[in-house]
Design a protein around this ligand. Sequence first.
Ligand code: ZN
Length: 158
Amino acid sequence: MNNPKVNVGTNRFGKCLIANSDIAKGEVVAVFDGPIYEAEKCTDLPVDIRDHAIQFEEHKWRDSNSMARYINHSCEPNCGIKGLFTLVTIKDVKKGDELLWDYAMTEDGDWRMECLCNTASCRKIIGAFSLIPESLRPQYKEYASDWLVEKYKLNQTI
Ligand SMILES: [Zn+2]
């Protein structure tokens, strides 16, 4: 399922998702509905899978048959995850804006990437929820994957 208000485009890093109309907060963008992979650790997966699938258990990842696999990371995202697999907007998005989420909303393994998002809150090295400072974790509870909400007991923090 792809939201018709979103196109796959390209930016300096490769493929990306661009809004072709204004999108309200809370709309579904796309779903990770593809094949499931099991591995001891993320970096055991083939590069194309590792770079596009999302983690939904300690040793399981899921790819997407939709445009979801082309969304890029930002440390100040406008999208997040509902449940385990559904990509939603977490703020209003303007026509022409890139749709971006935070990889730490699903990942918590050994995969790491240097972040070049250039936002004020950039964490520089990204790839796992464990890298997010404890003081910032509670603000992820609404938009992080359910498996991380449970693992880090985000619903129990105030
Ligand atoms: Zn960043």
